[in-house]
Design a protein around this ligand. Sequence first.
Ligand code: DGL
Length: 273
Amino acid sequence: MSSSGPEIGHHVLVFDSGVGGLSVVSEIRARLPQAFLSYVADDEFRPYGNKSEAQLRARLPNLLATLTDMLNPDALVIACNTASTTALPSIRAAVKVPVIGVVPAIKPAAEQSLTRVIGVLGTPGTVRRKYVDDLIADFAPDCRVRLKGSTRLVAEAERKLAGQLVNMNVVREEIATLFEGRHGGDIDAVVLACTHFPLLRDELRAAVRQDVNWIDSGEAIARRLDDVLSDIPVRALPPHAQMAFLIGPDTDAVRAKAFADYGFMWTIGLMRE
Ligand code: DGL
């Protein structure tokens, strides 16, 4: 920051249950290097993938209204498939700024697949949602689509960014059913329908013998954010732009380093009563 006064720019709040949104942050920083980001991880309530729709709808609109009032961003990115496919309309109704959600990348996967057999790897919540059934019906009606929900992979991604070794047995076990059975060997595209999973892209690649495109939505979110910000004037940035807030007490130095690697200058624990 310059000493001659506040910097001018756009300020975007990125939200996820944990570190998964950092896979989206990479894409935003690549497309919009001039944007200032703050980040909130809802560690206290993670994993979202095993919560009911009612639980998520009870928590998220209120929480995001409080956070956007407090941090005053120009736009909010819900960098979480589970939250987006469950509660986007009620979050939009509750907050005063434009909201960009994640759409699982079923359309691009269907466009790329030559074998017409694709996988969708998300959280247990996401792969059960009607939202995903509708995307399949609209964009992949002629594809065989195999669904797999996993919360253990969310935990592995969290471990990786907390500086621990990823357990490759867990990775192999979690994706095995996608590739088994009569058409499993034909899968040539897998939708990473959880923002934590691009953080495990190398491990996923190493766990499968066949050639697979692992497709996420990060770039599409960055593109959409670029469109949204182009209509919003820049303004003086608040001092908390470039800070990560973790809901709960989990702010150890290793985790703070993971956020620093993605450009966040401070990582601060945010306690809720
Ligand atoms: N990263 C999130 C998603 O995209 C949520 C993972 C979780 O908390 O279960 O779905």
